[in-house]
Design a protein around this ligand. Structure first.
Ligand SMILES: [Zn+2]
Ligand SMILES: [Zn+2]
Length: 423
């Protein structure tokens, strides 16, 4: 079966690989930031429609969902959908590369490789549509072309639009400029981190610095909060969760001999663990209240959620690895580290099991090292064909697996911390 898929993918990519590279370059040259992905959406919709598929654009006008294969040919037409996701948006920065496909959109650049993710998923969808037409797709696949990943809200739009309905598992790739092209990086458990924003505002009556006992010393209380909160985390939270708070800004007062009536501290909270992330706002609230009450000030906590950690489910991560080993060779699938970056794919994994893998985009032996979010970021375009192979094979692996087990394992609840055995 695997050999057949390999041969079909060889034939598909020999024919359409150059077209996918052209799509990536076209998207790169016409980079569109979060929620402005109109041209990108219509380009993808056009190609899918030409292949006989029926894409549905999301309510906001950017991003789309499309189902491939109904699963009618299988013995289990009710089988759970396997979802594959790409993100469409560029970053609000200038493109500093000197290449023919340099961004022509002022202040918009595909510096996170979402143009690559889009081209890969388009190619995967076109291949799977061919398989479905030939009666070779053993179940339904949903392609999710998601807007606005960079601002952390696009995944929630897809979920609100019903994109997770009937989905049993979800998979996605992200470019990794530190991994050679031809390789796939995968891990079970958390692969990206949570990053939230925290703000504490402290208030009191104000007064003379000669008589702090007659007022409430806002600056002293703020100082206590700024040092106590990060310190308390080491005793109140499992150290393995790496929940950390780092202040970036504090502000209080204007005169050296006057106790001010207000002060603020702001910072970021990062966390590697899903359970600790969910518990963080309540914990910070409790800590702020207890310090503030000891010094007679009032304190208000503003906690802004950004994204949770992306926690790869073990079975889905194994499916990714198995599929990629079959397509690329066992030595091309490597263990990857959890990064402290945020990725809104995490929101899908709050709903269903799934996994995110890293697609190598570095030319082996290249002198230039790229990083994500750099205005000079670029890839070895052979990664696009590799991505199509991996995504198509992963979807088929997941469908075959649910064909083999009468009860799809999809509905089991996600363990919060996922892989607690991970170091
Ligand atoms: Zn990014
Ligand atoms: Zn990204």
């Amino acid at each position: 079966m695997e050999g057949n898929v390999q041969r079909s993918l060889d034939a598909f990519l020999a024919l359409r690989g150059p077209e996918l590279i052209a799509v990536r370059r076209d998207l790169h040259a016409h980079a569109e930031p979060s929620y402005a992905e109109y041209r990108t959406t219509s380009l993808v919709a056009e190609r899918l429609t030409a292949a006989g598929l029926r894409p549905k654009v999301l309510p906001r006008g950017t991003g789309l969902l499309v189902d491939v294969g109904s699963g009618e040919t299988s013995d289990h037409p009710e089988r759970a959908v396997v979802a594959l996701r790409a993100d469409l948006d560029a970053l609000p920065m200038a493109d500093e590369k000197d290449v023919p496909y340099r961004s022509t959109a002022p202040g918009a650049c595909h510096a996170c490789g979402h143009d690559v993710h889009t081209a890969v998923l388009l190619g995967t969808g076109l291949f799977l549509a061919e398989q479905a037409a030939a009666g070779l797709l053993p179940g339904p696949v949903r392609l999710i072309f998601q807007p606005a990943e960079e601002i952390g809200t696009g995944a929630q739009d897809v979920i609100a639009a019903g994109g997770m309905a009937s989905v049993g598992r979800i998979f996605a790739l992200h470019c990794d400029p530190r991994l050679d092209v031809g390789k796939l990086g995968i891990r079970s458990g958390a692969i990206t981190a949570a990053c939230d924003h925290i703000k504490v505002r402290v208030e009191g009556p104000g007064g003379h610095t000669a008589r702090p006992h007659l007022t409430a010393d806002v600056v002293y209380a703020l100082g206590k909060i700024v040092t106590e909160l990060p310190a308390a985390l080491s005793r109140r939270v499992d150290p393995r969760s790496s929940l950390s708070l780092v202040w970036g800004r504090i502000n209080a007062g204007s005169a050296l001999n006057a106790i001010p009536d207000a002060g603020i501290a702001e910072g970021t909270v990062r966390c590697l663990d899903d359970e600790a992330w969910h518990a963080a706002p309540d914990l910070f609230g409790e800590l702020v209240r207890s310090v503030a009450s000891a010094y007679g000030v009032t304190a208000e906590l503003t906690y802004l959620r950004n994204v949770p950690p992306t926690v790869n489910e073990a079975t889905s991560a194994r499916m990714f690895a198995t599929a990629a080993e079959g397509m690329l060779g066992a030595d091309m699938v490597v263990h990857t580290q959890q990064s402290l970056g945020g990725e809104d794919f995490a929101w899908y994994l709050d709903c269903v099991p799934g996994a995110l893998a890293r697609l190598g985009t570095r030319t082996p032996g290249a002198a230039v090292e790229y990083d994500l979010h750099q205005p000079s970021f670029d890839i070895d375009e052979r990664a696009i064909g590799v991505g199509v192979r991996v995504m198509a094979a992963t979807a088929l692996t997941a469908l075959w697996d649910s064909a083999a087990s009468p009860e799809p394992p999809a509905r089991e609840p996600l363990a919060g911390a996922a892989d607690s055995s991970a170091p």
